[in-house]
Ligand binder design. Structure first.
Ligand code: HEM
Ligand code: HEM
Length: 231
């Protein structure tokens, strides 16, 4: 039976007349005849020409569906081509803990998104009801937002390196600019509020409210990268 390296397998992606092959637990299958793989991509999510062993856990079916198709080869072990740009230690780490590859950023981003939006929401409540407790809650949420933002930025840079090879796409450029802006504004607001017993300057409230559209845009651009809108 033919042996494929992960580089060779990449060519069997259904494009320019190539057959559609997928690998599961070291076995390579030809799924060219399947209507569900006809574009070389399955359910708009799973590209062919790759080892998909880790991805089937999210499917509404098990690996038994692969038995409908012919096994055409064996996948040779070794780090996949798409991880070769990383240092060996990181390649091994990601192979040992596949979760480390894509999960840290989407897990962490919830914190700055929720805390920053919470800070805006409570300042809005303060402006509406003039209850000073709302203003204090907003300030504490702001501090939590500022603490969590650098972690989102660090994991963002990590996923950009691992999964996008540091290619500067328009979305990434905007994300870098916006997240630096977010952190700077958060720090300014914290210093401003800490050095004032009471705050009444409208600029403080406006900047606090601005945190919401900034994190929303950061999330939107990220979401467009992970789940591009279907055209
Ligand atoms: C979230 C991920 C996935 C979704 C939502 C999904 C969904 C589906 C559905 C609805 C079917 C038709 C069910 C049937 O014919 O019994 C199907 C078939 C199939 N899926 Fe998936 N799937 C996913 C991931 C995967 C992965 C990762 C693989 C490969 C390892 C895979 C390989 C197949 C194959 C070979 C078939 C049979 C196609 C055919 O009979 O023409 N799927 N999938
Ligand atoms: C506070 C700052 C940030 C927030 C709130 C944020 C938010 C998000 C969100 C919500 C996603 C979608 C995740 C998913 O559903 O899988 C995402 C994806 C992404 N973000 Fe960020 N992000 C931030 C900073 C950054 C930075 C600084 C970078 C650096 C370049 C970055 C790069 C990326 C990349 C490359 C993706 C796509 C990940 C993938 O396809 O696996 N992000 N971001």
């Amino acid at each position: 039976m033919k042996e494929f390296t992960s580089e060779e397998l990449l060519n069997f992606n259904g494009k320019t007349g190539h057959p559609v092959y997928i690998a599961f637990e070291e076995k390579v299958y030809d799924v060219s005849k399947s209507a569900l793989w006809s574009k070389g991509i399955h359910m708009n999510r799973h590209p062919s020409g790759k080892d998909l062993s880790g991805e089937i856990s999210a499917a509404p079916h098990g690996p038994e569906v692969l038995e409908r198709y012919l096994q055409v080869g064996i996948l040779k072990k070794g780090p996949p081509e798409e991880l070769r740009h990383l240092p060996a230690i990181l390649q091994n780490l990601i192979q040992q803990f596949p979760m480390a590859r894509r999960h840290p950023h989407p897990m962490i981003v919830h914190f700055p998104i929720a805390f920053s939006m919470g800070a805006s929401l409570f300042i809005l409540l303060y402006l509406l009801f003039q209850n000073p407790r709302f203003e204090i809650v907003s300030f504490y949420l702001l501090i939590l937002g500022a603490i969590s933002s650098p972690f989102a930025m660090a994991t963002g840079l990590f996923t950009w390196w691992v999964n996008y090879r540091l290619k500067l796409t328009p979305f990434v450029r905007r994300k870098i600019q916006l997240s630096i802006l977010l952190l700077i504004l958060e720090i300014i607001l914290i210093i401003w509020r800490s050095s004032n017993q009471e705050i009444s300057d409208p600029t403080y409230f406006i900047v606090m409210l601005l945190l919401t559209p900034i994190v929303a845009l950061l999330g939107y651009y990220g979401g467009q990268m992970t789940f591009p809108t279907e055209k």
